[in-house]
Write a protein that binds this ligand. Structure first.
Ligand code: SF4
Length: 356
């Protein structure tokens, strides 16, 4: 195998295999990865274009029984410092988001045994009633969705229908981290298996809800595990066509049980390019300003086409992420790199692959 064989495949719109991906990871230069990833990106998006959103993550509760060893955010029910947000507090955060020019909220909390399904359905219905289409919200991650279904003794399809009736349109692929059974046994054994994850996501798509794929790198995962995650994601998209985007971010090791050292931005960018080339059936590849700050925009050179400008996320901030609210400076950096950023509102239709 050599790089020219892979170049020929990508140019002919053939898929790369896990072996091709491993070869690229180990041998391709940064420039070679950029060129291949940009070629795939440009099938979906006009060259030089990119989109962004201003958003906030609302961490409605930090009480969680899952005990993932990479998490610096949670409190057990028996510990001090646990909290649950009430509707008025959530509304205040949404009002502030709108004032700052944003219109996307993402809910992400813990597996809190004290919160019934009604807490969530009432909250989401109230948000839809109060804000209509002036903002959109990602209601929970799949990990929380699975916990709530179990807690309420409902099937995944029944739970998806309950949320849909409450006005929910999106449940993101959060909580995936690395989708191998072994990784989950090592780090988050109470957070559901890979098989359960995809069973739940299949039910979410079947209910007509929208969803996304996510990935977190920089723990102790191997290259083989990263590639297995990408392969499972690509297969799921082949089966359902339900993934609107893929977002990868990096593990922050500060104040967590397992600690560790952050991977470099360069490693992140190379992985982003590999993901863009591998996931030839996912329209959007998003780069993570939340964990890489301004340098995340260099991901646009590595095949990404979209990014969030976040104003808050307690989960990653507790583990060492810092949020930069100088959005003009960040957007100027995108222009310096040769890209024209355009604000993207969630209801916009998803891009499709061009036929040429
Ligand atoms: S990562 Fe999420 S599920 Fe895991 S302990 Fe933290 S809050 Fe709980």
């Amino acid at each position: 195998m050599d790089i020219n064989e892979i170049r020929t495949k990508v140019a002919a719109r053939q898929r790369i295999t896990p072996e091709d991906a491993a070869y690229l990871w180990q041998n391709a230069t940064n420039e070679e990865l950029q060129a291949l990833a940009s070629q795939v990106r440009d099938r979906f998006h006009p060259a030089g274009s990119c989109t962004y959103m201003i958003m906030r993550i609302i961490n409605y509760t930090n009480v969680c029984v899952a005990q993932c060893d990479y998490c610096a955010f949670y409190r057990l029910p028996s510990q001090d410092g646990g909290y649950v947000m009430q509707q008025a507090e959530v509304f205040a955060k949404l009002d502030e988001l709108l004032q700052l020019g944003g219109d996307l909220a993402a809910f992400n909390g813990g597996f809190n045994p004290a919160l019934p399904l009604a807490y969530y359905c009432d909250l989401f219905a109230a948000i839809r009633a109060r804000y209509g289409d002036s903002l959109e919200f990602y209601a929970l991650t799949i990990a929380e969705f699975m916990y709530l279904a179990d807690h309420a003794r409902l099937s995944y399809p029944e739970t998806a229908q309950r949320f849909k009736a409450a006005g929910v349109r999106w449940i993101t692929g959060g909580g995936s981290e690395i989708l191998t059974e072994d990784f989950r046994r090592r780090h988050s054994k109470f957070k559901y298996t890979v098989a359960q994850y995809f069973e739940a996501q299949t039910a979410i798509v079947a209910a007509g809800l929208k969803t996304t794929a996510t990935m977190v790198i920089g723990f102790d995962e191997t290259l083989a595990e990263r590639l297995e995650h990408l392969e499972r994601t690509r297969q799921f998209q082949d089966q359902t066509n339900g993934l609107a985007s893929f977002l990868c971010w990096t593990y922050k090791p500060y104040f967590t049980q397992i600690g560790g050292i952050e991977i470099t931005t360069q490693e992140y960018l190379r992985h982003l390019a590999l993901s863009r080339i591998y996931l030839d059936n996912v329209p959007r590849i998003r780069t993570s300003v939340l964990t890489q700050n301004e340098r995340a925009l260099e991901g646009l050179l590595y095949g990404a086409d979209d990014f969030d400008l976040p104003i808050e996320d307690e989960v990653t901030q507790k583990a060492g992420a810092t949020i930069d609210l100088h959005f003009d400076k960040i957007l100027a950096y995108a222009r310096t790199l040769g890209f024209t950023p355009t604000y993207r509102h969630v209801p916009q239709p998803e891009p499709v692959c061009s036929q040429v």
